[in-house]
Design a binder for this molecule. Structure first.
Ligand SMILES: Nc1ncnc2c1ncn2[C@@H]1O[C@H](COP(=O)(O)OP(=O)(O)OP(=O)(O)O)[C@@H](O)[C@H]1O
Ligand SMILES: [Mg+2]
Length: 335
């Protein structure tokens, strides 16, 4: 068994936390305003810059104009450097963690990328939920095994989270299942408004705890169930966009990976009926990497069909009791 011990985010990550107690005075606001920020649950300037003026005003009771000023000042302190040369970006590089499956890691060019949104779309039973479970484990692996020694949040909108699957996968990687389970925060949301409420408020305090993965399984289920029909389409899209917008802010500001699953809908082109990702243009534009999963005879094919830096490429993997594995691994087990 590998025994993992986490050290605090501040010690390990380059990202600096600008606490309100230490840096609040630099915002140039009165002690009453600082108290309002603290009472609304803010602990750092890093959290303030997640909000837009309207949201900050609603959350704190501070006027929108003042909220705008606070956010601008906080941003100047937290993001003192905002323009980089392309060479600096290359030097800083992309950060990944392993999927625990070589074929999938190669497909993405290193694994699941931090600060990016990765979508897995496909029909029922094609492994979307299994991938989310596995990533909640692999993000915890030691760095030398391709992990980040970090924690995960699993947002479960379909009621399919399974601690048994997590235990099976943890055993495969030789990590204590109990340790792994303790480092996964499971959020069960049953309505759109509950999901929004959690994302805007409680989730932020959880993310402080060295979270490097938010997995949403699935992005679309609640919206499809609750906001049915053409008459609700515009409102539904607006709501999905709102969730995606928050997920993007978290990915960027907490330098974490966001992974979500998406369902398929029947689409028609001429006489051809085919399966297309749900969520229309809003979801199509949001993801950094979009992966279609297709069920094949003894395996699943994963195809990147939308990416800013990949051509259309695909690979195959399998789902076993030990989680998402390479096809050869599954064959070896059979022998
Ligand atoms: N313990 C297990 N051992 C082996 N295979 C399993 C195990 N648990 C689940 N599976 C496989 O995973 C498949 C289900 O995959 P998954 O739950 O990820 O589908 P999904 O894409 O999330 O589907 P949906 O759209 O219905 O949510 C099952 O059909 C089964 O083949
Ligand atoms: Mg599922």
């Amino acid at each position: 068994m590998i025994i993992l011990q986490y050290i605090s985010v501040a010690e390990r990550e380059e990202k600096k936390i600008y606490s309100l107690s230490e840096y609040g005075s630099k915002l140039g606001v009165s002690s009453i305003t600082l108290k309002q920020l603290r009472e609304a649950g803010f602990e750092s300037l890093n959290e303030i810059i997640l909000y837009n003026p309207n949201e900050l005003s609603l959350k704190t009771g501070i006027s929108e104009e003042r909220a705008n000023l606070i956010i601008r000042r906080a941003r100047r302190i937290v993001k003192c450097k905002r323009i980089y040369t392309a060479f600096e970006l290359k030097t800083y590089g992309r950060k990944f963690f392993t999927t625990g499956c070589k074929a999938l890691d190669q497909l993405f060019g290193g694994g699941i990328e931090l600060k990016a949104l990765t979508e897995f779309v496909g029909e029922f039973g094609c492994g979307k939920t299994q991938i989310c479970h596995q990533l909640c484990v692999t993000v915890q692996l030691p760095r030398e095994s391709g992990g980040l020694e970090a924690k995960a949040v699993f947002i479960d909108t379909e009621g399919t989270f399974s601690y048994e699957r997590i235990e099976n996968i943890a055993n495969r990687f030789g990590i204590s299942p109990e340790f792994v389970l303790k480092n996964i925060y499971v959020v069960r949301a049953i309505t759109v408004s509950e999901l929004e409420d959690i994302v805007e408020s409680e989730l932020i305090s959880i993310l402080r705890d060295n979270v490097k993965l938010i997995a949403v399984d699935s992005l679309i289920a609640l919206y499809r169930a609750e906001l049915k029909g053409l008459e609700n389409l515009a409102f539904r899209q607006q709501k999905i966009n709102y969730l995606l917008d928050w997920l993007k802010r978290f990915a960027e500001d907490y330098e974490l990976a966001v992974v979500y699953t998406n369902q398929v809908v029947q689409a028609v082109s001429g006489f051809i009926v085919y399966k297309a990702p749900a969520g229309g243009n809003i979801v199509a534009h949001a993801g950094t990497y979009r992966v279609f999963l297709h069920k094949r005879k003894d395996c699943i094919e994963a195809e990147i069909f939308d990416s800013p830096r990949h051509p259309k490429v695909s690979c195959v993997f399998a789902v076993t009791n030990e989680g998402v594995v390479d096809v050869e691994e599954k064959k070896k087990k059979r022998k």
